[in-house]
Design a protein around this ligand. Structure first.
Ligand code: NAD
Length: 247
């Protein structure tokens, strides 16, 4: 589904990001795996090369909230792979503090990665995609972007912002043949969820009609659809992949 396409996946070293990287490779894309540290990116590349010896992969670790570093990294992708067709804005951090304990520094951290980095990466990718004649940007929202959550207010606030950027950039970039969509995962089996307190997760699972939390591959399948030509007339959509969870 992605033959001759090139993708950048932020936060691609583990969890949902790694599942997206593997799904894209399995469907023929060349993939640039972005992570926060050289060590984890190189480790991840080594295991990808072992699992997919034919795959064309590269690794980069720009600071995602630094427009200069991101611009340079995306230019390297274009130089090495010949194009940049798909951007999966996946890197993100969550929060669960009560408002009373929430420091402005913690709030800023969420804003930097979950909002500013999405803006910076989308801008850098769109500049290349426009020149090429099109592309697909896929953001990672969350089911909490629809319902909010009872603590860690920075996290749902950041995902509401992601939805806003998705819908707005879809309208702005349609003329350049750049589609912009988001996937809104429900509770998904990754380190991020393992880090949350049990009293937060258990009641969430009880509200899921499909009776289970999501697996990273469930989410990666939605990214594949939105990255491929199968979704050529889909833009500005927030695609829920949450087992119909309602919290
Ligand atoms: P995870 O914690 O397993 O992985 C997060 C990824 O982001 C990692 O690859 C990590 O390297 C990267 N990252 C973290 N801080 C970074 C930084 N400062 N700079 C660059 N990269 C950084 O999380 P996950 O569960 O795989 O989450 C991936 C995305 O899915 C996030 O945007 C998250 O908000 C969203 N999401 C997750 C769930 C869930 O239940 N797991 C639900 C809804 C949405």
């Amino acid at each position: 589904m992605l033959r001759n396409k090139t993708a950048v996946v932020t936060g691609g070293t583990r969890g949902i990001g790694l599942a997206i990287v593997e799904k894209f490779i399995e469907n023929g894309a060349k993939v640039a795996v972005l992570g926060s540290r050289q060590e984890t990116v190189e480790k991840s590349l080594a295991s990808l090369r072992e699992k997919y010896p034919e795959a064309e992969v590269m690794g980069l670790w720009p600071k995602l909230s630094d427009a200069h570093q991101v611009g340079e990294a995306f230019a390297r992708v274009k130089e090495e792979f010949g194009s940049l067709d798909i951007l999966a804005n996946n890197a993100g951090i969550s929060a669960s503090q009560s408002l009373y304990d929430y420091t402005p520094e913690d709030f800023s951290k969420i804003v930097d990665l979950n909002i500013s980095a999405v803006f910076i990466c989308s801008q850098a990718a769109a500049r290349i995609m426009k020149e090429q004649g099109g592309g697909s940007i896929i953001n990672t929202s969350s089911m909490v972007s629809i319902y909010g959550q009872p603590s860690g207010v920075g996290y749902p606030a950041s995902k509401f912002a992601v939805n806003g950027m998705t819908k707005s950039l879809a309208r702005e970039l349609g003329k350049d043949n750049i589609r912009v969509n988001a996937v809104a995962p429900g509770v998904t089996n990754t380190d991020m969820v393992a880090a949350l307190p049990e009293e937060m997760i258990k009641p969430l699972i009880a509200t899921i009609p499909l009776g289970r939390i999501g697996e990273p591959e469930d989410i990666a399948n939605a990214f594949l659809f939105l990255a491929s030509e199968m979704s050529s007339y889909v833009t500005g959509t927030i695609l829920s992949v949450d087992g119909a969870a309602r919290s």
